[in-house]
Every structure is written in C-alpha cells, then in structure tokens.
Design a protein around this ligand. Structure first.
Ligand code: BTN
Length: 246
C-alpha cells in the first residue's frame, strides 16, 4: 500500500493542500503521505474558490504523490485517477454517482465532492502532486449559494464514521494509483468516460457566446471538454470556459 501508509491528522489547518505543499518543500515525506484535518480555516477550491466544510463532519484530505513517470502533457490522468477513486467510494452508497468534468463528483445533479490537484513540474515530467479531496460526509445543512451540495448522510439518511470513510477512500486511491503506476492509463480513461456526467446526451450549456444545446462527446487527453452542437460543429473548452445549466 502506497497511499495511506503515512497519515497525519490535524484538528485545524489553513488548508490540507497548503500543509502538504509545505511538507514537500521542507521534508519531502514518503510518497502516499496523507494529510487530513477536522477543519480548514482557508479551504481552497478550484479557480481560486473557497471550500467550506463544517468542523468534524466531512472528509478533508490531501495526498502527496511523486508521479515522476508522467509528462506534463499527460497530467490530466491524475485528475481522472483521483476522480475515479472518489467515484468508487461514493458508488458504494449510490448508483447515481457521476464525475462532472473535470473532477467534481456528483450524485444526480448535486455535488458531493470536490478535488483540487496541484502538480509541480520537474524538467520533462511531474515532480510532485498534491491531490486534495473534500468529500461531504455527515454535513446536512449547507449555506445558500454554495452550488448544489449534498453529502453521504443526505443521500443515505444515516451518519458515517469519518475514520472508516477515510480508510476506505485511501484504499480506493491506492488501487487507482496502482493502475496508473502499471501504465493502465487507457483503462483509467475509459472508466472516466463511462462515469462522465451528462455525456452523450443533449443538455443546455453556456459559454462566452451565450446559451446553447450541446452534447459532450469526450474529454481530450489534455483535459479539454469536447462539446458538439446541433449544427454538427465540435468545440473544445478549458475549465471555466463553459458552464453546465443544472
Ligand atoms: C473544488 O471543487 O473547487 C475543489 C475543492 C477541493 C477541496 C479540498 S478539501 C481538502 C483539500 N484542501 C483544500 O484546501 N482543498 C482541498
């Protein structure tokens, strides 16, 4: 087991990703080191957003990896691998789990987990990676304006032992990371596409030009979302260039 062989838990931190990055700089801990916290004072989300989480109710985890065989152009596979691990865990509790591009975990139309991957490049390959995961577990009330949040407790009607969920997630991450290390990137890609939210169906989207009917065709190897329109054209979008109308 690589992921979870070394776990450090904190009661309160600024952000587990920030703690993990500082550790990489200062002491280069073993690969698979996991940082968890009961509470984050400055939890970080994608694109400079914040990540809110009630104390002691949810999983806040960052995993340190050294994926030195992965080239920068292939780094989206890390996102796929981590998304699939979280997807695997949520799937135990709901068949409606999907991965919303690039790496949000949804149950039906609600977000249950967010992922923030921060990679550093060293020459021709990745040097280190901090994979931060926020999984809503026992929180049942969310502040207005937080998107469509949901939790394991909300979808199942029961409360969970956070330590147990954390252990399960590390197992899933370890299994998916082992696939990456074995070079099973095309299988990870296939499974990612099979789990992709709203793929292959017509839905409303909005981009810089306004609203339109689009169909997700696939995600390119470098992580761009390819969406077709009814006139047959296909556009490629980077993160934040397109929004789903939920
Ligand atoms: C997103 O959906 O915007 C990504 C959210 C990622 C949140 C997690 S919680 C643990 C780790 N530490 C952080 O500060 N962020 C990630």
């Amino acid at each position: 087991m690589i992921i979870g062989s070394n776990v450090r838990h904190y009661v309160k931190v600024s952000s587990t990703n920030t703690v993990a990055s500082a550790m990489i700089r200062e002491e280069k801990p073993p690969e698979g080191t996991v940082i968890t916290a009961s509470f984050q004072e400055s939890g970080r989300g994608q694109a400079g957003n914040t990540w809110e989480s009630e104390p002691d109710n949810n999983l806040l985890m960052s995993v340190i990896l050294y994926p030195v065989t992965i080239k920068p152009a292939q780094q989206f596979v890390i996102s796929q691998m981590v998304s699939l691990a979280v997807h695997d865990l949520v799937k135990i509790h709901s068949p409606l789990v999907r991965i919303k591009w690039p790496n949000d975990i949804f149950v039906a139309d609600d977000k249950i987990a967010g992922i923030l991957i921060e990679n550093s490049i060293m020459g021709e390959t990745l040097g280190s990676c901090v994979a931060g995961i926020g999984l809503n577990v026992n929180q049942t009330i969310f502040s207005a304006g937080a998107g469509n949040p949901v939790s394991l407790a909300r979808i199942t009607g029961r409360t969970f032992d956070l330590g147990q969920v954390s252990g399960q997630l590390m197992e899933m991450l370890d299994r998916r990371y082992a696939m990456l290390l074995r070079g099973e990137t095309s299988l990870l890609g296939t499974e990612y596409h099979d789990a992709l939210y709203r793929s292959g169906e017509w839905h409303r989207f909005t981009d810089g030009q306004g609203e339109f009917d689009g169909k997700i065709e696939r995600v390119s190897p470098d992580g761009l979302l390819m969406v077709s329109r009814k006139n047959g054209t296909v556009s490629e979008y980077a993160f934040k260039e397109i929004d789903y109308i939920l």
